[in-house]
Design a protein. Structure first.
Length: 334
């Protein structure tokens, strides 16, 4: 797990922080097959306020000289910018910086982003918060976060839920996520606000390790309330999702059935599966793929009918140059 300098400072001063890279390495355990699951997902294209393809970039690290999000010209090629993180206890890092701006400055930035076709959202939780294991009430937490989004005039929220203990033990994670998502959508209507989730790819597997069914069950129960998934195809092992075959069509025996098209075959809408990768090797523990190789995978996926988009951790490593290379001739910049 990698941490930004801002998180280290926050840990010393407040003993609470969100975590930098989106996903922690998954626990080492035996692999099995989950039984009794349905392949019929309730997920659909959704009526959110952003249409595919989605090019999503996260921002958590402190950037010298910044005062809020970067000028929109610095993120040309992206259409969603995610401020990290909003915790159950309040905002930290880039989300806190956004909160600290005066209303006029926030409105000016927001207007420039929206005029350029970029949605500005907040990312919730992160790799160091465990809302289910910690006993946070899902409805109360959803209400608090929705109120924050409305107060600070954002376009939506990304749920970076990484309570690995709760998912692995199957002791309420799915139920928590279902109730949380339902209440978020009650407060943040479809078509007006974006709601996305950012699960690690193995959580879409038919795997006995995830006793509660993990994200296949989440998708089956509330997939229609989720606009898309920013799937983390990284930090899952040094050889996982590192070439186009493993990423797109046949994952390894460590996490079987969790490549892009295998997840879709399990019932999750293909048009909701955004491919997530780190921008540089230092931004993750493993799973890095250089931009040119990723561009080849994107082209292959698009030729097979996929059109969801790409997510990247994180700005400023994830520059306009990076996304321009990844989009390539498949999704060329104007």
């Amino acid at each position: 797990m990698l941490f930004s300098l801002s998180h280290i400072v926050a840990a010393v001063s407040a003993l609470a922080y969100a975590g930098a890279a989106l996903a922690a390495p998954v626990p080492v355990c035996s692999i099995g097959v989950r039984t009794g699951g349905s392949s019929n997902s309730t997920s659909s294209s959704g009526s959110g306020s952003s249409s595919a393809p989605h090019f999503v970039v996260y921002s958590d690290a402190w950037v010298s000289g910044e005062n809020g999000p970067p000028d929109v010209s610095e993120i040309n090629g992206y259409n969603v910018f995610a401020l990290s993180f909003l915790l159950a206890s309040g905002s930290v890092d880039q989300a806190q910086e956004w909160e600290s701006l005066d209303a006029a400055t926030r409105q000016s930035i927001k207007s420039s982003y929206n005029a350029a076709g970029v949605k500005l959202i907040v990312s919730a939780f992160g790799s160091t918060e465990t809302p289910t294991s910690s006993g946070d009430d899902p409805v109360d937490t959803a209400n608090t976060m929705a109120a924050w989004i409305k107060q600070y005039d954002l376009d939506g929220i990304d749920i970076d839920y990484e309570d690995f203990t709760a998912i692995n033990e199957g002791n309420g994670a799915v139920d928590w996520l279902v109730k949380f998502t339902q209440q978020l959508r009650n407060q943040l209507p479809a078509g007006q606000y974006i709601i996305t989730h950012a699960p690690v790819a193995p959580w879409f597997s038919n795997n006995a390790q995830f006793k509660g069914g993990a994200y296949l069950q989440v998708d089956q129960q509330v997939g229609d309330l989720i606009d898309w998934y920013n799937v983390q195809f990284y930090n899952q092992g040094v050889t996982e999702y590192t070439d186009c075959t493993g990423l797109l069509t046949q994952s390894s025996t460590t996490w079987p059935g969790t490549s892009l098209f295998e997840i879709a075959a399990a019932g999750v809408s293909l048009d909701k599966l955004v491919i997530g990768k780190p921008a540089v090797a230092a931004d993750a523990t493993n799973g890095f793929m250089d931009a040119s190789t990723l561009a080849s995978c994107v082209s292959q996926a698009q030729a097979k009918g996929w059109d969801a988009g790409v997510m990247v951790w994180e700005f400023p490593s994830a520059s306009t140059s990076w996304i321009s290379t990844v989009r390539g001739s498949t999704y060329p910049l104007n």
